[in-house]
Design a protein around this ligand. Structure first.
Ligand code: M6R
Length: 608
């Protein structure tokens, strides 16, 4: 989603801003722009498409100002075009914005009737008009911003630049993340610490309602009432280092191959191998004995990790689980139970719906635990208990290693709950721990399927539709497999509980639709095989993804069979995820799509 950068320093601002915008590319965007002040006047360059277009423009027509703001835009209101690209400038003020101004139509109408002329289709332009209106009334920039902000409904992170003020950037935050960075005689603003990493490791985050005033000499914070706040910067550790693709062609495939290592690291922080036990930090705070329910809330792939974890909490801890996609959670009338543990799962820790759901649950007295990959994220900072996943920076828009690290963490949490509640014995726990310890090894062997999957992908690439089916934890995994395929190949794909096929989707089956059947040789195997043969009987092309036991039990007929090592049921979803990721990746390669930044998608969805 949109990325924001601000720079005030001694040298030209455009180059560091462009560099910081590059570091925000992973969020997804469709246009970009920079504004600086030259001799006190606003000058802008904006371009549609990738940052290289903006860079070419800057090469032809450089910006020389020593203060500036920059933006990568993911279109919400108004198509991607140069006019709609940020920064927007009106009457001596320029603004960049991440978020959505929900009352922009009313404001636009009001501003138009007061004589304002609009140059864009964006919601953001109303902000520039509102602030400019205040400047015209004779207010100084900080007062103009303060007067305008209460008019805005919705979510925003904002950065402003003002004509005639060569040493002033103003930032504001409500709902969307914003960070400031400290240098020597230079100060910075960014959507996250990753953007600012080459410039500084001294970072501070704005809280909701904060306004920040940035000059070369320092950074001041004010709350919504205009009172000065005391905030000290904190040193941010290595997590902000921008990931490199190395010898890999795409971040996605690099991240797929990192899984044995990062899942191992994630497990290592929750497992004591010597004693065969799970060690959850803040275990005491969790009070598993006292809780009678778990709710899990997340979006996209993180939601599917939660769906898999539901089976684990029920099976290993005897805990009922309520699960919601975050965009629905707040809009149901949930009777909140004080004995509920509210779990939120997110790679970025900035997903707007998940974050808002977390705040919603917290405000209703729920005990809030988050499973988050970005330790400095808003969600991590807002949670009472944080279980970090150690996936490292995930750059590919399609989530891969974050998903399996989420699964690893949630599996440990479910086992810890089971042990604390007396559902699991010490021996049961030790057996499950032994299974988890083997996951990196199973994953390494799963990756050996890649050449075979590469060949399969050539046959799949011309498909227009695909189905994924499974039972038990393989059902949410089927949903995840389908999501991966549609995200990066643009092939329409759906995941189903295998038993549901006969209730409708089987009508789709013909020789042109590949069906991925996820079926390890577990207690559900025979039932899933029956479903597979119902498809084969109707000329369906089935790709069976199984383990050695399943392969030995399966009767012939599948179009292709991918065989993984035998493994305990607990860890199967973590390992079976890998062939699904590779299928999506290699099919995308054959189709020539933009694997790491698929069309229309953003890495971090910071608007509702
Ligand atoms: O950062 P989060 O884990 O909160 O993101 C949630 C979803 O937006 C994310 O998983 C999305 O579905 C991915 N593109 C899936 O590959």
């Amino acid at each position: 989603m949109c990325g924001i950068v601000g720079f005030v320093g001694r040298g030209p601002a455009a180059a560091p801003i462009l560099d910081a915008l590059r570091r925000l590319e992973y969020r997804g965007y469709d246009s970009a722009g920079i504004a600086t002040l030259e001799h006190g006047l606003l000058t802008r360059r904006r371009a549609v498409g990738k940052l290289k277009n903006l860079e070419s423009m800057l090469n032809c027509e450089p910006l020389v100002g020593r203060i500036g703001i920059g933006h990568t835009r993911w279109a919400t209101h108004g198509r991607p075009s140069e006019d709609n690209a940020h920064p927007h400038a009106v009457g001596g003020v320029a603004v960049v914005h991440n978020g959505i101004i929900e009352n922009h139509r009313e404001l636009r109408k009001e501003l138009k009737s007061a004589g304002a002329c609009f140059a864009t289709d964006t919601d953001t332009e109303v902000i520039a008009h509102l602030v400019s209106q205040q400047l015209k009334k004779g207010r100084v920039p900080i007062d103009a911003v303060r007067a305008a902000l209460p008019r805005l409904e919705g979510a925003f992170a904002l950065a402003f630049l003002f004509e005639g003020y060569e040493n002033l950037i103003i930032g504001a935050r409500k709902g969307s993340p914003l960070a400031v960075g400290y240098g020597r005689g230079e100060m910075y603003l960014g959507s996250d610490a990753i953007a600012l990493a080459p410039l500084t490791d001294m970072i501070n985050y704005l809280d909701d309602g904060d306004v920040t005033v940035i000059t070369r000499q320092g950074i001041a914070f004010f709350n919504a009432q205009g009172e000065r706040l005391r905030r000290s910067p904190a040193k941010i550790a290595g997590a902000t280092v921008l990931a490199q693709k190395g010898e890999h062609r795409h971040f996605m495939v690099k991240e797929i191959h990192e899984q044995p290592s990062v899942v191992g690291q994630t497990l290592a922080q929750y497992i004591d191998v010597a004693s065969g036990t799970i060690k959850i930090p803040n275990d005491a705070e969790l009070g598993f004995r006292d809780i009678n329910r778990v709710s899990i809330t997340a979006c996209g792939t993180a939601f599917y990790a939660g769906l898999i974890a539901r089976y684990w909490f029920e099976r290993y801890a005897g805990l009922p689980v309520e699960i919601d996609v975050a965009s629905e959670f707040r809009y149901r009338n949930i009777p909140f139970d004080p004995g509920n543990l509210a779990v939120f799962v997110s790679q970025s820790g900035e997903t707007a719906d998940t974050l808002a759901s977390l705040e919603f649950a917290k405000a209703r007295g729920q005990r809030v635990l988050s499973v988050v990959n970005v330790a400095s994220s808003t969600m991590a900072r807002a949670s009472q208990i944080v279980l970090p996943t150690l996936a490292g920076p995930e750059v590919g828009v399609a989530s891969t290693k974050a998903f399996t690290c989420q699964l690893a963490t949630l599996a440990c949490l479910a086992i810890a709950a089971g042990r604390a509640r007396g559902v699991l014995s010490a021996d049961d726990e030790a057996a499950l721990v032994r299974a988890l310890v083997e996951v990196p090894g199973y994953m390494t062997r799963a990756l050996e399927l890649e050449p075979k999957i590469g060949q399969l992908a050539r046959k799949l690439a011309s498909s227009r539709n695909a189905l994924f089916i499974g039972r038990g934890t393989n059902y949410p995994l089927a949903l995840e497999g389908a999501l991966k395929l549609k995200e990066i190949t643009y092939i329409h794909a759906e995941g189903y509980a295998a038993g549901e096929l006969k209730h409708g989707p089987i009508a789709l089956i013909d020789k042109d639709i590949p069906v991925f059947v996820i079926a390890p040789g577990d207690m559900m195997f025979e039932k899933t095989m029956s479903n597979m043969h119902e498809l084969i009987a109707r000329e369906g092309r089935t790709i069976l993804i199984t383990d050695r036991k399943g392969a030995s039990l399966a009767s012939p007929g599948s179009w292709v069979t991918l065989v993984l090592p035998d493994m305990p049921a607990l860890v199967a979803p973590l390992v079976f995820a890998l062939p699904l990721q590779l299928i999506a990746y290699h099919t995308a390669l054959v189709r020539g799509t933009d694997v790491d930044q698929p069309r229309n998608l953003a890495k971090s969805v910071t608007v509702e």
